[in-house]
Design a protein around this ligand. Sequence first.
Ligand SMILES: [Zn+2]
Length: 272
Amino acid sequence: MAHSRLVTMYSMLMLSISTLMGGYVACGAQNYRVPVHGEEYTDPNAPSNVTTSGDGTMNGANLLGIHSQAGWSKTGPVLFQTSDAIPERIVDHLRRAIATWEAAVGKELFIYQGTEQVEGSDFNSLYEPLDDTVNGHYFDYTWALSTGKSPSVLATTIWENSPEDAQAIVKADIRYNAEYYLFGDALSEFGEGKRTIVDMESLALHELGHLLGLSHVPTEDDKYSVMNPSLFIGEGMMTRKLSAGDIERIRQIYGVGDPTAVEALEIADDEY
Ligand SMILES: [Zn+2]
């Protein structure tokens, strides 16, 4: 009698341990922080006035966290299109990231002009998307081949500064590494095979920051900034709120339109 009770207790104990271990392993294996653009370096082959977000020097950067002090403020809202290969629900994540930056300055920063029948994979080199007049968002299904960047890089923003004013941006495109990552809602979706889930809204917030004129902010200067060089990826991981510093820096470029817009924004802090 005593023996069988002992066996039952032992089995229950082993079951709880294996349940705990299972949960722990799945969680630990899927969530991690990665550099958004890999190793930063300056590309000697970049055309003049053109920079990618992996560029360590960020053409024109001379203030903390800002690479183009005029941004698009002289040319008005950024007209942009998305590749028709990007599903509408993913475009919604992008729209939310746009709404967050717009709320921070209380003005319209972007105008969506619908889809373009081009994938990132259609371009033969990293800078080729800048050759047309469209400011596009593209998924690259042949990432390594078409961008020449490492498989671990999540996305890259490429932009062109005005030849007349090195502080103004005139064109930009964003390419997402859809070959090695899956983009979606990291709170409800899972990775597939080799592709880890990356929260699209969080990544778009970071890439749009570059597109608008922001450069990286070291974690030690502002640990809640969406412009930290690395991002948490995997199931349940997201960075969808701006830090107080992000708001201050974007306002240095675009000023403030409607000051009440920012009141609706939740700011990243210790509670987050
Ligand atoms: Zn970046």
